[in-house]
Design a binder for this molecule. Structure first.
Ligand SMILES: Cc1ncc(COP(=O)(O)O)c(C=O)c1O
Length: 377
């Protein structure tokens, strides 16, 4: 198969600077036209050596743990917008010191920590459940009736003292029409609170950088909402920043014929390096291959390096017989994939490269035995 990065040794995650810049330009366009804040959700993309590129366009990040707060401070150079479903008591002071906004998931958490927020001048918010989401998969739907995420409207008769904002997260790789429906429900359910807040964080899941996304519609929805309620709006997408900005380059090490379909064994693991391909399951596009049967194409399952029986993905279809040593390039492997990798089985973790716009491929990180050893004691 063709290899767009012959100089980069396999396996490697490769972030393409040009593609990241294109996404950032689109995000900045929305931010400026709609006059809203857009910050990066670190849970979706935390490759901090690329932050100097991101910081030229967007200043700020949202964090969901102390470590993300510290990463935001150190490499984004700003205090974080922080939300966690529950805060760890020993960590909260450090979080408050390094956050500009903190949202609480319950009134009990708000009561426990509000005095620390006041001490550090942090703007206090509450995460609410807007009561609507059209996310089809429950695993990613934070607005189901039994969700633990976000205070339901019935449990928030008024805005507690010192709270200046609300936060919701109700989308997942969604479009602006889904957001519009969430806002309709939110406005209806929280009409008694809306006049009293000065900011609203509309969470993540806005897939602004997808080719199909109707950016002009998003701008009009946000502008209308802002005018109507006279509040600041914050969006905190993660995936959209790194959407289709890079690949995982792999190599075929062996091909076995033990069942009905041959399996090409790669130098990466689906379980350890791309868990979403097994959990969701997410079927990444593979350069030069088809995910569906195609006339004249040959099926191969792709297997990983760990001993987990399920560390393989269902067949992809290739235009010719695969050979040992060939490259297999899995697409769109930056957002969530990279933050979720593990060192399971001690298998080699892919290195991380940044393919600069000027053609220089910079190695940002190589992993070795010490990384594996140091993780557990
Ligand atoms: C509270 C919150 N904000 C932002 C995000 C980022 O969402 P996405 O990466 O889908 O844009 C998430 C993702 O789970 C989230 O839970």
């Amino acid at each position: 198969m063709t290899d767009r990065f012959p100089d980069i040794p396999s396996p490697a995650f490769i972030l393409e600077e040009t593609k990241l810049q294109q996404n950032l330009e689109r995000i900045v366009y929305v931010k400026e036209e709609a006059n809203v804040s857009i910050i990066l959700a670190l849970k979706g993309f935390a490759l901090w050596k690329s932050f100097p590129i991101i910081r030229k366009y967007i200043q700020g990040a949202t964090a969901s743990s102390l470590h993300e707060v510290l990463l935001c401070k150190e490499y984004m150079g700003t205090s974080a917008h922080t939300y966690a479903s529950v805060y760890i008591p020993d960590e909260f002071e450090e979080i408050a010191k390094n956050s500009s906004h903190i949202s609480f998931n319950s009134l009990r958490q708000y009561e426990t920590y509000t005095h620390i927020c006041e001490k550090y001048g942090v703007s206090i918010g509450l995460r609410i459940n807007p009561g609507y989401s059209d996310i089809g998969t429950d695993m990613y739907n934070p607005c189901t009736p039994d969700s633990r995420l976000g205070i339901p409207a019935e449990q928030l008769p008024n805005l507690p003292k010192g709270v200046t904002g609300l936060h919701f997260h109700a989308l997942c790789e969604s479009n602006s029409y889904s957001l519009e429906r969430v806002l309709e429900s939110f406005e209806h359910k929280f009409a008694h609170i809306l006049p009293h807040i000065s900011w609203l964080n509309m969470g993540g899941g806005h897939l602004i950088t997808d080719a199909e996304y109707d950016v002009e519609h998003l701008i009009s929805v946000l502008s209308k909402f802002k005018r109507k309620h006279n509040i600041s709006i914050i969006l905190e997408p993660g995936g959209a920043f790194a959407w289709q900005t890079g690949v995982l380059k792999t190599r075929i090490l062996d091909i076995v014929n033990y069942g009905s379909t041959p399996t090409a064994l790669l130098d990466v693991s689906f379980a350890a390096h791309m868990p979403d391909t097994l959990e969701m399951p997410y079927r990444p596009h593979i350069e030069g291959a088809s995910s569906e049967p195609k006339d004249g194409y040959i099926p191969y399952r792709l297997g990983g390096t760990t001993c987990l029986a399920g560390d393989f993905v269902d067949p992809y279809y290739f235009p010719k017989q695969l050979e040992i040593g060939e490259s297999i390039t899995l697409c769109d492997m930056m957002h969530y994939t990279m933050v979720k990798t593990t060192l399971f089985n001690g298998v080699q973790h892919p290195s991380i490269y940044l393919a600069h716009t000027n053609g220089y491929n910079e190695c940002l990180r190589r992993f070795n035995y010490e990384d594996y050893k140091n993780r557990l004691s």
